[in-house]
Ligand binder design. Sequence first.
Ligand code: ADP
Ligand code: ASP
Ligand code: MG
Length: 412
Amino acid sequence: MALIVQKYGGTSVGTVDRIRNVAAKIANFRAQGHRLVVVVSAMSGETNRLVALAKDISAMPSARELDVLLSTGEQVTIALLSMALEEMGVPAQSFTGGQVHIRTDSAFNKARIVDIDRQRVDEALAQNKVVVVAGFQGVDDHGNITTLGRGGSDTTAVAMAAALKADECQIYTDVDGVYTTDPRVVPQARHLPRITYEEMLEMASLGAKVLQIRSVEFASKYQVPLRVLSSFEDGPGTLICSEDDEMEQALISGIAFNRDEAKLTVLGVPDQPGVAGRILGPISDAGIEVDMIVQNVAENDCTDFTFTVHHNDYAKALGILRQVCSDLNAREVKGDDKIVKVSIVGVGMRSHAGIAATMFRTLANEGINIQMISTSEIKVSVVIASKYLELGVRALHTAFGLDGEKEVSVGA
Ligand code: ADP
Ligand code: ASP
Ligand code: MG
């Protein structure tokens, strides 16, 4: 009897009818003889609603209390889904993260799972129940409720699958798999039957929100067979797995973009040893993560230093830089939060030259200025003005031969 961990995202459980629909799917799987652990997200919009409530009360809400608040979203769904299953005659039991001992570190709002004690899950499975687990939440060693960062239910599901050595982890969402790029932005995006952990990790870390990055890290580390499928229509979805010979060796497997970054520049910095550290030191001391970094070639012993941070940290970073600017006798600080990072990803890039040049030429042909560039073995990223996002991604999608034949219909 196969043990399957399934995860249903916010849209899939967004209304009472949809919760019933998920319950019916689960009943069907169970009738086929599978044992099931089901992880659910909060109903769509609920986490955003809770964040907005907190922001109404406080500009900087306590991280601990925010997690107490945000974790309630998933608690609603586990209870409703378990009730819906019971209504259908399927024995089910709901569990919060704490109840199944999803132990995390204490980094509120972005906690990492340390381990999962499978005993309660095993007991419920032995009683022939469907185990319904709240995604996105855990508990630290002091008994505090923690959450795993936005999109964290994916990680709960994969971590559960790893801990239980499940036969497969299925992520049910509002698209029928992973595409060459976000099908909501490029209607010609092509469905990928398979993608490697490595490429999916790169896509996720560069902004493809279909899977949370950590879920892919977990899947890769513990070799969990991971599949992304639609909650609304049948189909094979996309299998995320290790590289094998059967895989189509595309040069570029996908295009990802990230709208969540903002750019900061310190202009006219004296070009001396230690300057990068003096600029970025206070930023990292403030707990702000930096993504891309560019330092211009010095002219007249002065240089410009540019980097990107998450949108949420933009105002804070700007404040810190103004102080740094005066300490360093730099000329000026500039910021731009209307930027987007667009990246092309593919393991095929390792063995092919000229990919970056094609990317730059394609954007130039559309009159799109590239503000920053960064490359690694299997990706090239550029920062461009956010107003060019759709145009740029579509042009690149066509230029790299990724366009599918038919337009995708995106569910819900
Ligand atoms: P859920 O609520 O089920 O977790 P998400 O909104 O987190 O769903 O993730 C699914 C969404 O991810 C899709 O609706 C799609 O817009 C977006 N997405 C971004 N990049 C991709 C991609 N390469 N392939 C498929 N979907 C993508
Ligand atoms: N409800 C959380 C969020 O909206 C977690 C998740 O859906 O995965 O980010
Ligand atoms: Mg998600």
